[in-house]
Each structure stands twice: as C-alpha cells, then as structure tokens.
Design a protein around this ligand. Structure first.
Ligand SMILES: [Zn+2]
Ligand SMILES: [Zn+2]
Length: 242
C-alpha cells in the first residue's frame, strides 16, 4: 500500500511538472513529448554477443571473460548488462540518480526491457530483487532507482518482484567516491534478508542501475545465497568499466 501510494504521488508530481515545465529531453534539452528523445535513445547501444561469461560485456570471439572480470571472483552466478555506462546513457542515469528526475525511469527501464531477451536470464529466474538503498538515502532521493527499474522490468516481462526481501541495514560511503580496492570492503555485511523463507531454493535475479566493480552485486548475491537462494544472477542497466 505504501509502495502504491509512493508511485501515485510520483506520477502525480510528474503530471504537475508536465504542466508547469513542458517535457523536454533531459539529455539534449530538445523540447518534445519525451524525457529521453528518440535521437538520444538511438545513441544507446544494446550490448551484443559474444558476452563476457561473467559480466556480460561484449568481448572478442575467443576471449570468453573480460579483463576486468579476470581480476575478481564474484558471488553471483552470472551478470548481464543492457548497455555501457557512457555518453547519453551516463547522462540519463545521472539525471535519474543525482538530479532526481524520476521521469527518466520509464525510458531507462525500456532499455533494460529491450535488452532482456538477449540475456537468457529469463530462463533462470524465479524472483526479482532490486538492490536496496539505505533508508536515509531513500528519504533524500525519494525513490530507489534500482527498484524503479526492477518493477517496470517485471511488469513488462511477467516476472515476480520482491522489493522487501533484501534490506540495506548499514549506511555506506558512495561506491563512486572510492578507489576500486576499497569498494568490496565498503559494502561487506551491508545487506540482510527479511523473510528468508520467501527465497529458500529460489533462483534470484538482482537488479542494479550500474555495474562497475560488481562489489555491490556480489555482496547482495552473497547475502541472498547465505539466506537460502539456490542461485543468484544479476542484471544491470549499464556496465561501467572502472
Ligand atoms: Zn535527446
Ligand atoms: Zn566481464
């Protein structure tokens, strides 16, 4: 109910904004009906195979695992990303996350929905779980961007969403402010699982907006596996090479 109320308020706010501030593309600023215009969307390429077996970024035909993933060991079974964190997509995610433009969630989720069939993830999922943010950040931002992407994806592809199972119990420094070697330690022990009985034996798909070192997704997978999930894969909107 709280979730429905939050979505209602968010949609109402977007409607009011439409009246006082006519829609325009938040990336190229061109006026029109869309917050991310078609021209900008066309500049966001979907990652094509061959994929890195671990993170899903495009690799050469004989490479199998990308250079970044060769350096690390993750707790998730596999990850896939819709596109690359660069150019238009980077600006669009920035508008959502740091300028709080919730209206960006629709076109960004659309990219994840469009890329989803190529990822082969649908065959290995019982339940979709967004990466949670700490309650203080939720109050600041007004929404959790991963959850906004996750529920739209679930509605489009017909997968069940569980947005109250994985909980962020400890506030952490923003990963983006930390060097690579400190990112795994920063998120260690940060999540817990509420109602573990709902994930026991289930194949879980964790959703995040950006995959950089994979530290957050790996920690989420570790927590979910420890609570009984039979497998954990991850799907992110954008792969950022650190
Ligand atoms: Zn544009
Ligand atoms: Zn990789």
């Amino acid at each position: 109910m709280i979730e429905q109320t939050r979505r209602f308020v968010s949609n109402l706010w977007a409607g009011i904004l439409d009246i006082v501030y006519p829609p325009h593309c938040l990336v190229c600023k061109k006026f029109g009906d869309l917050y991310l215009c078609r021209n900008c969307v066309e500049q966001i390429p979907i990652i094509k195979p061959p994929y890195c077996r671990v993170c899903g970024i495009n690799v050469g035909p004989t490479e199998h695992i990308c250079g970044e993933c060769r350096k690390r060991e993750y707790k998730f079974e596999c990850a896939r990303c819709a596109s690359v964190y660069d150019g238009v997509l980077r600006q669009a995610i920035h508008a959502l996350k740091y300028e709080f433009h919730i209206v960006m969630a629709d076109p960004l989720a659309e990219i994840m929905i469009r890329a989803f069939p190529n990822t082969y993830l649908a065959r290995r999922v019982d339940l979709v779980v967004p990466v949670p943010i700490h309650i203080t950040k939720l109050v600041d931002r007004g929404f959790n961007q991963s959850e906004e992407l996750a529920w739209r994806l679930c509605a489009a592809v017909g997968l069940p969403l569980a947005n109250d199972i994985l909980v962020k119990r400890r506030k952490t420094k923003p990963q983006v402010d930390l060097p690579e070697d400190l990112r795994f330690a920063n998120v260690e022990g940060t999540f817990s699982v509420a109602q573990p009985e709902r994930i026991v034996g289930k194949r879980v798909l964790v959703i995040d907006d950006v995959f950089t070192t994979g530290a957050t997704l790996s920690e989420a997978a570790k927590t979910l596996r420890a609570a009984g999930a039979s497998s954990v894969c991850a799907y992110a909107l954008a792969r950022s090479v650190y």
